[in-house]
Design a protein around this ligand. Structure first.
Ligand code: HEC
Length: 131
């Protein structure tokens, strides 16, 4: 095989690879996947969080533990009733409101910006269950 043929094969290969790479880059980040349509590839990246409720434990570990495992900024500690005082008496609804809107050192939604109220509530429940 002559050098020029090898060169042409290389060029074609790079050209094809390049097109594939560019197509991937300009693919839309998120697009609407209408129910009933076959868009299995899209589901993984665009699954709405509200449909798949994450467990309270999952939310706690990912968003809340950073403060509540060590009592950062005076946060009541996980599984340490003495740091909670009378807080549990407020009830799950009021406690969830505190998380939703923030409370002193705790930022709104406890920094879980994509959490639904139900998810925040189950995270609170997970913390209460530890006491
Ligand atoms: C940046 C640190 C931080 C994060 C993250 C955080 N908290 Fe808190 N949390 C606090 C602090 C500080 C307090 C105590 C606030 C006070 O009473 O002054 C608190 C208080 C609470 C209380 C008691 C509220 C009340 O009304 O007495 C609950 C319940 C709670 N957090 C749940 C959560 C949940 C659920 C998450 C995760 C979704 C979370 N927190 C994330 C810092 C944090």
């Amino acid at each position: 095989m002559s050098y020029s043929k090898i060169l042409i094969i290389f060029l074609v290969a790079f050209f094809v690879l390049g097109i594939v790479a560019i197509k991937k880059r300009i693919a839309p980040v998120g697009f609407v996947c209408v129910q009933g349509q076959n868009c299995a590839n899209a589901v993984a990246t665009t699954a709405p969080t509200s449909n798949a409720l994450r467990s309270g434990e999952e939310i706690y570990v990912n968003a809340c533990a950073i403060c509540h495992s060590i009592g950062l900024a005076g946060a009541p500690k996980f599984a340490d009733a003495s740091t909670w005082g009378a807080r549990p008496d407020k009830g799950i609804a009021a406690l969830t409101m505190s998380v939703e809107y923030g409370l002193n050192g705790m930022p709104p939604k406890g920094m879980c910006m994509d959490c639904s109220e139900d998810e925040l509530s189950s995270a609170v429940q997970h913390m209460l269950d530890s006491l």
